[in-house]
Design a binder for this molecule. Structure first.
Ligand code: PML
Length: 244
């Protein structure tokens, strides 16, 4: 199999990224054409193609729930309540919300990867705080059929690609040992975010930010022990999610 990744930048800022795990070079060619059409505007697109030897499978994705709120504050309060159900203390959850609100990169703006936040203390644990940790090498075993099932469940076309990517990623994170996750997009037009975890599933929440805000990202709540193994799993192991 091959891991095919695309990331796009504009004025030095990350604007778009996607990944697929595919079986043949023909699929690589077809998908490359598709993925380079994704960024709305860019100065640079980087395509990475890697051979993958060993694939692990996860039989079932996290269960999807969706909630809409009338304002960001209500949405954030709900996210905190859900994170508490995964054992995240309120002050740690609020720290994570503040981080994404203000832009998690210490130099300002977004990060390519995620923040690793100590679930006990709220301390940031990722070795490189500008880059963060990137969950890569993850995809659906049969993306088309999952896409079809989401359409049948009434998920609008506008949301499908992002939901597919984010759900597979959140499922891999839990598989690797992330306790819980908070995310919203850095795309100014996309205000749906989520919290996820083994017990709470994948909870889509709208609006996690005001329309037009270019800041966002991911915070993974993790334990300080076995950090090395966790990072290795997120960045190196290849995982296919089989079903919904
Ligand atoms: C992103 O695309 O950067 C994150 C999207 C998170 C929400 C996806 C969804 O469930 O609609």
């Amino acid at each position: 199999m091959y891991s095919l990744r695309m990331r796009a930048e504009k004025e030095g800022m990350h604007v778009s990224g996607a990944e697929r795990l595919v079986e043949t070079i023909q699929e690589v060619q077809k998908l490359t054409r598709e993925l380079i059409k994704r960024p709305k505007a860019f100065d640079k697109i980087v395509i990475t193609l890697e051979k993958v030897e060993k694939i692990e499978t996860v039989p079932k994705a996290l269960t999807i729930y969706s909630y809409d709120f009338k304002c960001v504050e209500d949405a954030h309060n709900f996210a905190v309540e859900k994170l508490k159900e995964e054992g995240i203390k309120e002050e740690v959850a609020r720290l994570a919300l503040e981080l994404l609100k203000n832009g998690p990169n210490p130099k300002g703006g977004n990060m390519r990867g995620a923040v690793l936040m100590d679930v006990e203390t709220g301390e940031r644990l990722e070795p490189d705080k500008e880059r963060g940790i990137r969950t890569v090498r993850v995809d659906w075993k049969n993306r088309r059929s999952i896409e079809q099932r989401l359409k049948e469940r009434g998920i609008k076309r506008y949301y499908i690609n992002r939901l597919l990517d984010a759900l597979a990623l959140a499922t891999k994170n839990v598989y690797c040992g992330v306790i819980s996750e908070l995310c919203w997009s850095d795309d100014p037009d996309y205000t749906t975010g989520y919290v996820a975890g083994k017990n709470i599933g994948y909870i889509r929440i709208k609006p996690m930010k005001e329309y037009g805000v270019p800041l966002g990202g991911r915070v993974y709540f993790v334990r300080k022990d076995n950090l090395h193994q966790l990072i290795e799993c997120l960045e190196k192991r290849s995982v296919l999610v089989e079903g919904l």
